[in-house]
Ligand binder design. Sequence first.
Ligand code: C5P
Length: 316
Amino acid sequence: MRSYSLIAPAKINLYLEILGDRADGYHELVMVLQSIDLADQIDLRSISTDTIRLHCDHPQVPVDKTNLAYRAAELMAELFPQALAQYGGVEITLHKRIPVAAGLAGGSTDAAAVLVGIDLLWNLGLTHSELEELGAKLGSDVPFCLAGATAIATGRGEQLSPLPDLDHIYVVLAKYRSLAVSTPWAYQTYRQQFGSSYVSDTVSLESRSARVHSGPLVNAIARKDRAKIGQLLHNDLEKVVLPAYPQVLQLREAFQSTGAATMMSGSGPTVFALVESQVQAEQIKEQVKTIMNHPDLDLWVARFCNTGIQVASSVK
Ligand code: C5P
């Protein structure tokens, strides 16, 4: 039986600005996204029945249609019924390393891996832009997860422009195991509190996202200036998540007290810090662990990476 094993990296947001809300209920964003080497492994194999089976080693992750990875497989089966008939169904196993509901695109990167894996299993030969288009149907972060690395994302987050690679920077991440923040809640609360207006003025929208394209963060990325990148981290969703979740605020303050550049990723609740070396990363991880002294707090050290979904092994 044919099988593929894929590596699916997490992402962090170096920048997230909400430009306004849209008629479709989403928000117009400008973000700078970065892949990190904290990654899930996704195994896919052909099976003789024309069904989709999903397994996961993490007890909190559903294995039904509510899982984006399942929906990715379902989308492929709907679009390519002949391939399903020819090659059979798919058994998918998710080996979760990326924390769940964390603001790190764990579900989106698994879905991206399923698109890539089924394209390979069924010999579809889809182009990268075709995969991106399918990814955008599943979720705003899925297109970025396909190629990963460093990119500006606009629109809902699905329109991408690549930036130069930044693979030498280390990241310390921390998240309370039992804490999850709902992404729709974070955006809705932002809309209620900050009254982001309906985006009808495309000129002002373009000029606001152009400001980021040619702005200081993108310049710092081009110069690979970690210290400057650290100073320019930004996330509008902190304005609603930190006041509503005092534990996340405390964690943010603990990171700040180490002197490292720190920010919440996406809609949270993961908080991260950027650091120069692995030694320094391990030190900051220990410092934050000691300051917080909480049995429910998980911490990781990771590194920026310049890859999206990658094939680790295959049996053809
Ligand atoms: O696209 P995705 O399904 O990942 O988005 C999850 C939720 O986050 C959406 O249902 C929406 O509430 C919110 N969101 C938004 N604007 C975006 C992206 C996400 O309001 N650009």
